[in-house]
Design a protein around this ligand. Structure first.
Ligand SMILES: Cc1cc2nc3c(=O)[nH]c(=O)nc-3n(C[C@H](O)[C@H](O)[C@H](O)COP(=O)(O)O)c2cc1C
Length: 163
């Protein structure tokens, strides 16, 4: 069973989760970068607006070939109770027919359920089947806490996916 993790992260939290899962579950991994400037107060407002309105963005890589994978993970930070524009953009470019999908989101404190619901809708529309989903609260959490938490999730996912 071949798995790929696709993630976007602006400030490292989602990256830590994605990299930990990838190491523990031996998956391939692709980071999606957003070409639009996202740092700073003004850009944060635009980012929130873009997330709420689901404005597409230019991403690097422009596309990901998922045809060789059975299981695909999508990870994103929560932006204004929505998935980040970069992850919505890549989901809408992938052919997910027949694929099992795991989705996860990191957030300060809330909006994770709405974010994952929206991702799940998008993924279903592209033919994917969401088999697992989880959120992680990051506010005030150290990198080592996020790593430990993700390791615990990796164990659980390993069991549900491979046995
Ligand atoms: C534009 C923007 C909007 C955000 N909106 C929310 C939100 O609605 N709820 C929440 O709990 N956290 C929100 N956050 C915080 C992030 O979801 C949180 O810090 C996340 O773990 C960051 O992940 P990253 O380090 O991978 O970028 C927002 C952050 C940004 C930059």
């Amino acid at each position: 069973m071949k798995a790929l993790i696709i993630y976007y992260s602006q400030d490292d939290s989602t990256r830590i989760v994605a990299e930990t899962l990838s190491n523990k579950l031996n998956t391939d991994i692709v980071e999606i970068k957003d070409k639009k400037p996202r740092k700073g107060f003004k850009n944060r407002l635009t980012s929130s607006f873009d997330a709420i309105r689901e404005v597409k963005t230019e991403i690097i890589p422009n596309n990901v070939d998922v045809s060789n994978y059975d299981v695909i993970y999508f990870g994103t930070p929560v932006w204004s109770k929505k998935p980040s524009p970069a992850i919505i953009t890549i989901i809408d470019k992938c052919d997910l027919r027949g694929k099992d999908i795991v989705i996860f989101a990191t957030m300060s404190k809330s909006g994770g359920t709405a974010t994952l619901d929206r991702m799940e809708e998008k993924i279903k529309a592209r033919g994917g089947r969401v088999i697992e989903r989880f959120t992680i609260k990051t506010k005030g959490k150290s990198k080592s806490y996020l790593k430990k938490y993700s390791e615990a999730y990796a164990k659980m996912l390993d069991l549900s996916l491979y046995h």
